[in-house]
Write a new protein. Structure first.
Length: 184
């Protein structure tokens, strides 16, 4: 008799609670992290693809890393969790946090956060359109002053611009709104 009270129109309340918990606490933020990585791959420089494929998402249960290999950017997909797995994760870690980072050895230069230090590499056809200009001594990857033979495949300060222009916030808003609509 008590068991019958947990069913409402053929819906198991425990299963529904499991789905809602997983979606709101873990799976929606997980999708946000995946979308942000995709957008960073699109906005950032892409000569060989190594930098674009060096993003990683650190989730509470595991870290999903890009390949760091040359070629077109590959999306990062973290495995979804059930509500029970999310609850266990919260109990052991005290919070659900997703960290996005890039493990490329030149990530600070590719994000225009450090002066660009050119290195010898095999000149390949870039994966994105190239802009040409003259980079000042000690300048960042994106800085150009006039005409010259230096090259870049992403706008200057693309990384900080992504966050400051509200694109990061918009990615979170779109993903969370979609997740909430799916619960209705």
């Amino acid at each position: 008799m008590a068991r019958k009270g947990f069913w409402s129109g053929g819906i198991n309340i425990f299963q529904e609670l499991d789905r809602v918990t997983a979606t709101t606490i873990y799976n929606a933020p997980k999708r946000c992290a995946e979308l942000v990585v995709k957008e960073l791959q699109e906005a950032g420089p892409a000569w060989t693809g190594k930098f674009s494929n060096s993003w990683q998402i650190e989730a509470p249960d595991k870290t999903v890393k890009g390949t760091g290999a040359e070629g077109a950017p590959k999306p990062l997909i973290t495995p979804p969790l059930t509500g029970q797995q999310v609850t266990r994760s919260i109990l052991t870690t005290d919070k659900i946090v997703f960290r996005i980072s890039n493990f490329s050895p030149y990530a600070d230069q590719a994000t225009d956060l450090a002066p660009f230090v050119p290195e010898d590499f095999e000149d390949k056809t870039p994966l994105k359109p190239v802009e040409y200009g003259r980079r000042p001594v000690g300048g960042t990857r994106g800085q150009f002053q006039g005409n010259g033979g230096n090259r870049r495949t992403a706008d200057p300060d693309w990384f900080t611009g992504y966050a400051r222009a509200g694109k990061l916030d918009k990615a979170v808003e779109i993903t969370m709104d979609a997740a909430m609509r799916s619960l209705r």
